[in-house]
Ligand binder design. Sequence first.
Ligand code: FAD
Length: 339
Amino acid sequence: MQIIENFSLKHLNTFGVEAKAKYFVQLNSTQEIIDFIRDKKFAPHNTLILNGGSNTLFTQDFEGLVIKINNVGWEIVKQDQEHVFIKVSAGENWDNFVSFTIYSDFAGLENLSMIPGNVGAAPIQNIGAYGVEQKDHFHNLEAVNIESGKIRVFDAKDCKFGYRSSIFKTGLKGKYIVLSVTYKLNKKAKLNIEYGAIRNELKNMGLEENITITNVSQAIRNIRGSKLPDPEKIGNAGSFFKNPVVSKEKYFALLEKHPKITAFPDENNKYKIAAGWMIDQLGWKGTRRGDAGVCETQALVLVNYGNATGSEIVSLANEIQQSVNDAFSILLEPEVNIV
Ligand SMILES: Cc1cc2nc3c(=O)[nH]c(=O)nc-3n(C[C@H](O)[C@H](O)[C@H](O)COP(=O)(O)OP(=O)(O)OC[C@H]3O[C@@H](n4cnc5c(N)ncnc54)[C@H](O)[C@@H]3O)c2cc1C
């Protein structure tokens, strides 16, 4: 493995912003990751783990060591009549893995089709879409402690999964490198197609009964393809902000003032307000500040039209945050990891 100095990260983040890593290393196998961490040569350096770069926004050069995770592959480690357990390397592309599960008729991850990024990042923010979160099919993960080099297995309880959150974004932030994740999938599908958009798309596809996971995955791909900008064509990291969760009282007060507000009750008797709806109401969709902009089709997504810097994108995000706070008394929290 080779350590490179002053390495450009422009092509390793889906926002496509320029930033340099003082030191950069790519680790291509699980053993290489473990050996590198145990060899304390780089221990005093500030480290940043980079995987697919689709949830990271660089606002400056990184004055430490960026470790790019490149271990790939998966294996079925256990199965019974109902379930199959698949252990997937952290650097494996998420959607490649999801496509394999669909092809193999292993159900559970179909609603999470077409999410960019790699498997090791999926538990970090507990990725979710269309009524499913990765925690719903998570079995455990293996991670190496960056300081001690010890390997630890985390089950779902240890990970403290929440809405776009886990212990790796809170108490253990920056302490572990996820090496692999094991998912527990169903041999018999229990479809989750209650989201209006999925039903409508299935209908558009002429499908109303005998729906399979392949159909659901295709419906999700169609919906995502029509709404979300492709990072290959225009820099972005998906939803820039989380949907804020408010108390029932706050929700009803907002509803009185804004009868069309879009919100969903959550499992804790609170309400998740659609951040995109609020941003859209305030007229931000399509706004541009130089090359930093708000996506024209989805107000929750900030985009880089070409040469925006990370700071310019953050500065636009701050303006949006302020305007939402002024209008709705809600402080939006970024979902993207700002470095
Ligand atoms: C068009 C688009 C649509 C998107 N849609 C969704 C969506 O529907 N739902 C959703 O939840 N997200 C969505 N995202 C966000 C993103 O795809 C996910 O968060 C994804 O899991 C990020 O993976 P990554 O490998 O690119 O992460 P990176 O950006 O490389 O890393 C993200 C964070 O995880 C940490 N990390 C990564 N790998 C490891 C590891 N092995 N060990 C320890 N820490 C690690 C990094 O340090 C960083 O803090 C979308 C993004 C885009 C561009």
